[in-house]
Each structure stands twice: as C-alpha cells, then as structure tokens.
Design a protein around this ligand. Sequence first.
Ligand code: ASP
Length: 571
Amino acid sequence: MAWRDIMCGELRAGDAGRRVTVAGWADTRRDHGGLVFVDLRDHTGKVQLVINPEHSSTAAETAHEIRNEFVLQATGDVVARTPELVNPNLPTGQIEVQVDELEILSRSTPLPFQLDEEHVEETLRLRYRWLDMRTERMQRNLRLNHTAISAIRRVMDERGFVDVWTPSMTRGTPEGARDFLTPVRLQPGKFYALAQSPQLFKQLCMVGGIDRYYQIATCWRDEDLRADRQFEFRQLDLEMAFIEREDVLDVMEACVVGAFEAAGVEPPRRPFPRLTYADAMLRYGSDKPDLRFGLEIQDATEVTRDSEFGVFKNAPCVRYVVVPQTFSRSEQTRLEEVAKEWGAKGLANLTQISKFLSERELQAFGVEEGSTALFVADEEAVVARVLGLLRLHLAHELDLIDTSLDVFHWVTDFPLFELSEEFGGWTFMHHPFTAAVSGQEERIEADPEHARGQHYDLIWNGWELGSGSIRIHQAEVQQAVFRVMGMGEEEQRDKFGFLLEALQMGAPPHGGFAMGIDRFIALLAREPDIRQVTAFPKIASGADPLTGAPTPYPDESLRELGLRLLDPQPE
Ligand code: ASP
C-alpha cells in the first residue's frame, strides 16, 4: 500500500469524485463534537479533511484524538464544497476530502511553539529546527537553496567545469580569518586546519591540467557570527586556466542570472556595471557600495586648498555629500555625533560655514534650495570611510533606497597590498596569490603602495558576494609578494613550499572566483540573514542549540590527542 497517492496541496475542483489517500501533518483540527475538520499539510499545501461519524464511526473516534502535528493518513472521497464554504485563499479551497479511513501514523507531544506563531524566538526555532522546518518560510527557503544551486551546477556543467572535491582538513590558508584546528590522534601535537577555502588546491588543479574546476565548497572560518556569517559556509568556488578576467566575470554573471531565472525572480541585466576600486572609494566611500541610491560623494579638496576656512585649508582631503533635505540644529548635532563615532573630527554643514567660504567655493558646491551639503575634512581614508557610512546611514534614515531593485556590479582594480597595523607592514588586499596588473610586476617590491592587483569583487545591493582574481603563476613573482609581506625564504618554503614547487613545474596562467552561496541565497530569498536559508545554523555565541555542541571532552580523549586543557572548564 502506498502511503499516499496525491499530495495535499495538489487537489483541485476537477478531482471531485475521486477517491484518494493523503498523508501529512495535522495543521489544525476543529472538533465540532460530531464533525471533525482537519487541515492536513505537506510541503505542497493543505487540504481540508472532514470526518463524519455517519460515514465512519472508527474514523470519527480516531479524529477526536488528533492534535496539532500528528502525522496522519486519510483515505476518502474528494467532494466539491458548497459555494458558501469555498475558501478562496487556499488553492485546494474548492474541495474537501470526506474521510472514511483514518490512521494516526505518529503522535506529537505538545509543541514548544505553534507553526503559525509569529516572532518565535530564534534560539527556540533552532532548538526545535525539525518543527521550524515545517513552516512555509523554511520550506520555501530550503527549496530555493536547492533550486539556485541546481541552476548554478547546470551552468557550470554546460560550460565544461569539472567538480573536484578538495580536502577539508589541510594546512592553514591565508584568507584572513582564524583557522579551526583539528588535532590528529596519529600525529599528537599536530593539527590540521579546516580549509578557509580551497584556494591553493584549486590552483593546483590548474597546474594539474583540470582547466575548469568548480565546487560548492564548504569553508570554515573562526570569526564572530553575524547576519552574513557562520563558522561554516559554502562557496561557489571556481578556477579557470588560460583565461582573462573577462572569462571569469562572464561565468559568474551566467551563474547569477541562471539562479535568478530558476528561482523565478527577474534577473539583473548583463553585463553587470563596473567600478574601479578608486572610483568606488571616491564616489561612495566603500569598496562594496550600495548603488540602489545616489548620494554620491563629491570631492572638494582642490577648491578648498586655499580656503579661508582653516578646517578645510589644513586638511589633506575635503569631500561632501548633498542630501535632498534640510536638517534642524538638533538633527545636525546628532549626525555630527554619529560621524564622530566613525572617526570624524566633525561634520560641517554648508549653511553653517558659508560665511567663511569664498564665492568660488560656494559656486563650486552649487547646492540647491532645500538641500544640505555635509562636509568631512581629514586624511583621505577617514573622509572616505565616514562619508561612505554617512551615505548609507542617511539613505536608510531618509528612506532613499528602492528595495525593489537588485543592483549587481563589479569592483575591479584593487591595490595589491594595504598597510596593516596588525602585521606592522604590507599585507595582501585579497590574498597573497593575486597577480599584479600585467606589466606592474616590478612594482611589487619597488613600489608596493602603487601596485594594482587583478582582483575583482562582486557586489549585490551593497553586500560583497564574493571575490576573485587572476593568480600569480610564476614562482619568482609569488616569492616577491611573500617578501613584501615580510616572509623570509625559510618561512616561504615552510608554509608554501608545495605551491612554489608546483609553480615551477609548468603552471598555466589562471584565475578564478568564489561566491558566498548562502549569502547569495539569503538575498535571493529576501531574508535578512543566512540562518534563514541554512538548515541547521549556529547562534551568535557559536553554539548549536539543537545538538548542544560544542561539548567538553573527557581528559582521556584529550590525552589521546596529546592535548591538555590549560584552564579546565568547570562543568
Ligand atoms: N579563495 C578566495 C576567497 O575565499 C576566492 C578566490 O580568490 O577565488 O575569498
């Protein structure tokens, strides 16, 4: 006997007269003493069951026992509802099933929350994820996840990409986060790192002649958990040999559009617009600007060089945004306070400082009646950061963002290095395997500040979806980058000897990309965070409320691994 011969949500008016068997969860039960109505639910929808003691007294007896989320199997005749009982809000609302055989397949204890309850506390949802998963929202999100990934796999397959599995347990990869460590019983005192990404393995695949690699790869990074971060997450990871940047961008755009189409969402138009890093920082004060609104930052440094206004004259950089609105004194003070929290010395409003400015300056700023120009004067990096944050803050506050838009764009031409206080010198902007712009290899060591990298990021509505680059494929150039980062010959050999060797044995030119798949799907599902599209995520404390992990281990297990806790956790 089949458990069911049709899904609950599939029954329509045309099925009237059919005898069917359905199975699923009791969504609601209305017991009218004699008649019992049950909405039976599976992932396709709900159908109303009517259990009438006049049709079957055994079924009626069983029906009285039913509580929410019991699992039922029901057999009966599909009948059309009388017009006044039609429920126009349900696709199955024109019919009901008059049940004469009813079986409780499984019972449920009273529920910690009802499935239709709004605002259930998230830890509780995650503690009982198997219940939460039955909600329409989670069903939709997990299925969308699958739909999008299947579409991406199709695109990759059509383009000849080969799915190669790479190890999770490996050496640390420098993706800029802390590693998760795995002790090894057979090698006490030594650790594998869980891969932060398959970066080096995919490059080795290129040296190995794979040409077009991809993987929906799980990555592990020990970072604080946030809306868009979990300890473990998946990337659409790809790498291609004998290609240019354009080839990589083309594949990625095809994946994005393919996933949108499969999800039934209007896809963004191709090719996605591009911004250079320098332009993004100048005009939007961010390397991942949200382009759904204007509020572009304007530069005033040239015009204010000889200003009478000391704050402008003495600052290496002066920029401003024009906001289509005026602010009261208290609003202005509040904005200034926020700007100071971001590191600004102040936030000048043009109307308040205009008496110090020359005609030439005032003319250059050309602010219309009813608008406000807000200035920051400081080091360039501070000005960009503060105005970038202010731009976003005002857009949210003044409701300037058209949330129906999906704006994708590329940011290209990043600097190869940035100064890091943590390392006390130059460090990579993307990762140390990114190639310099062709012809700038000399600059790597001679002028690291001005060396540009062949690095590109993909941005969706101000979220960085992923990064990629054309890689270094010559060992000498790779070593030059390591040297700039302060890595001596010995450290290079120790950490990356295998890569340097591979680069010396016929490495083709190559490049690739990795996109955070979970983040992409969360945005596609219009969800605020990746937990809503992840089956079993962890909460911000780093714990898993469902299994109770992480858990302490007994001393014997640790000893076997050659480990002893410094500060034993009181249990
Ligand atoms: N491995 C890089 C990352 O995880 C992406 C790439 O360069 O392909 O960000």
